[in-house]
Design a protein around this ligand. Structure first.
Ligand code: AVJ
Length: 318
């Protein structure tokens, strides 16, 4: 079983350079999480999804396996399935397999390569299905293919990728998705659930060190792409969980007083200093529905696994 997760965004070296220079110049240093997903980072993320401690991917797949027939039963023939991100083959295929009467499948992604890959995969498994890829940033207003005008729309945003965003940004993204599916359109979205902090931290600091390698790859990427000279062995991976804020935070922690040069600029790191690299927000069902309501979504259905590790919400645009 091969899991290919969505790349949140693919970003160029120029954007990476600008983000690193500004993020490391701030009093509280940070590097935006979208830069975790270069080729090496995407391969490491794929490994994360198979780790024993990383429950979200396999749990969401199991939930989708049982709720896909229900969602399909509510989907009128001629509906368009719109996926935000080009999609993990398994998750998308679980829905498509139950929906033989779709008008089209529209994957939206910022990466042309990811879209080409998704299109090839889906057309191979579902030969009759119209695939209409849209290369765009779904966080912004975008033009949809004219062929789908006037057809009912079902959005799909699995993976709890929404959890990377703080609430206001998440609401903005959800509102944009509601515009894209239109009044009466639906969204199926995965959201990781709040739970015991031990279990959360294990999921983001696994025993095999894959998540550590994924996080440290940010510095290796800077060395590769920007000619930086980080001594990667002098940084540690750290995962924390703040139960009040309901979020996991990832950091790279400097193990010594040290400096690194990036594009001719020298940055100093004190021993123990943190570089923030990612948030992963955790929700309860009510909290997620309340957040979605701020973006104009009404709850239709919600499914969780028996252990209540993960949730899949079905929402309708008011
Ligand atoms: C892809 C954002 C859903 O937050 O669980 C996994 C990213 N980071 N391990 C998550 C991630 C470290 C993942 N998302």
């Amino acid at each position: 079983m091969r899991l290919v997760e969505t790349e949140p965004t693919v970003a160029t070296s120029f954007e990476f350079a600008a983000a690193i220079l500004s993020g490391l110049s701030a009093p509280e240093k940070s590097i935006p999480c979208r830069f975790l997903y270069d080729a090496a980072g995407s391969a490491l993320f794929e490994k994360i999804t198979a780790l024993p401690e990383y429950y979200p991917t396999r749990t969401e797949i199991a939930i989708l396996g049982s709720c896909a027939p229900v969602i399909a039963g509510e989907t009128e023939p001629g509906t368009v399935l719109i996926e935000f991100g080009s999609g993990s083959s398994i998750k998308t295929e679980l829905l498509l397999a139950e929906m033989p009467d779709l008008y089209a499948y529209v994957p939206i992604d910022i990466s042309r390569a990811a879209l080409d890959d998704a299109q090839a995969r889906i057309e191979k498994r579902f030969p009759g299905l119209r695939v209409l890829p849209v290369c765009a940033d779904f966080a912004k207003p975008l033009a949809m293919p004219h062929e789908i005008a006037g057809r009912p729309r079902l959005g799909f945003f699995p993976g709890s990728t929404i959890g990377n965003l703080a609430e206001d940004a998440a609401v903005e993204l959800l509102a944009n998705m509601s515009k894209i599916v239109g009044k009466g359109g639906r969204l199926v979205i995965g959201a990781d659930l709040k739970k015991d902090s031990k279990q959360l931290i294990a999921a983001y600091d696994d025993a095999a060190g894959v998540t550590a390698a994924f996080n440290l790859n940010l510095l290796k990427r800077a060395n590769r792409e920007l000619g930086a000279n980080f001594d990667v062995s002098q940084f540690d991976h750290l995962a924390t969980y703040d139960a009040d804020k309901g979020r996991v935070a990832l950091y790279l922690v400097s193990q010594a007083d040290q400096t690194a040069t990036v594009l001719g600029r020298e940055f100093a790191f004190a021993a123990g200093e943190h570089i923030h690299t990612e948030y992963s927000h955790k929700y309860d069902v009510d909290g997620f529905q309340a957040m979605a309501a701020r973006a104009g979504w009404q709850p239709v259905n919600v499914w969780t696994d028996e252990q209540r590790l993960f949730s899949v919400h079905e929402l309708r645009a008011a």
